[in-house]
Design a binder for this molecule. Structure first.
Ligand code: SIN
Ligand code: FE2
Length: 241
């Protein structure tokens, strides 16, 4: 994430224009169903929204997440500028994304425990590779999975994912639990962002010409999901080496 990633945005203003833009976005997007009857939305060259792509694996994913959490608990990291992030984070895999007063980076060790992050579970890497393939990136093998936990009010301001060395590798982003409004912008911060709701089981993949598109998540609205309670969980898979 860039240094300006957590600058405050006007959530109220963005929410109020949501309905207006989402209809237009939906009409403009290329909407079709795959062989399992799940819809996919083309979000522009290199970017695709796979509706419900991991829903059938919800139990395995969430029980694996609970296990990871016992060894590497969610925590609120601090930005280089000294702000506590509203989203709680943890990681699994050989590399984990961290931020503190020294900067944003990937680290093989969890700074809380001093130990390596929990290994990437095969169920996670398999679903990330499968989603990447479905979106046109057949050789994706992630070595980092950042887990974001949103409580009501938590958000992530517009930013680019750019701490990885190889922008030839896509980003695979899995949504679970309470729905959220995802902002998907262009290559410039000032480009108008599409707004779309992401529901439990949805996956967004962006790579190639879309790899550095700005994105973010509006403040989570209070709601309950049968499997995650008041939370939204996002898993972001990356190749970070
Ligand atoms: C992020 O880009 O850091 C989070 C995306 C999401 O939670 O959907
Ligand atoms: Fe991101």
């Amino acid at each position: 994430m860039g240094l300006a990633a957590f600058a405050q945005v006007s959530g109220t203003q963005l929410v109020s224009s949501f309905t207006m833009h989402s209809d237009a976005d939906r009409m403009a997007s290329d909407l079709f169903a795959n062989s399992e009857g799940l819809s996919q939305e083309d979000l522009g060259s290199g970017a695709r929204l796979l509706r419900g792509f991991v829903a059938s694996e919800e139990t395995a994913i969430l029980s694996t997440l609970r296990e990871i959490e016992t060894r590497a608990p969610f925590r609120h990291m601090v930005t280089p500028g000294g702000f506590r992030m509203s989203v709680a984070m943890t990681n699994c895999g050989p590399l984990g994304w961290v931020t503190d007063r020294k900067g944003y980076r990937y680290d093989a060790l969890d700074p809380v425990s001093g130990s390596p992050w929990p290994a990437m579970p095969p169920v996670f890497s398999a679903l990330a590779s499968k989603a990447a393939s479905a979106a046109g990136f057949p050789k994706f093998e992630p070595d980092a999975c950042l887990m974001n936990r949103y409580e009501p009010g938590a958000k992530v301001s517009l930013h680019q994912d750019k701490d990885e060395p190889d922008f030839g590798q896509p980003i695979v982003s899995v949504s679970l639990g309470v729905p959220a409004v995802f902002l998907f912008g262009g290559l410039k911060r000032s480009d108008k962002a599409k707004r779309m709701q992401l529901f439990h089981g949805d996956v967004v993949v962006w790579g190639g010409p879309a790899r550095l598109r700005y994105h973010g998540v509006l403040a989570l609205k209070a709601a309950q999901h049968p499997l995650t309670g008041a939370h939204r969980i996002n898993l972001t898979f990356r190749k970070a080496s």
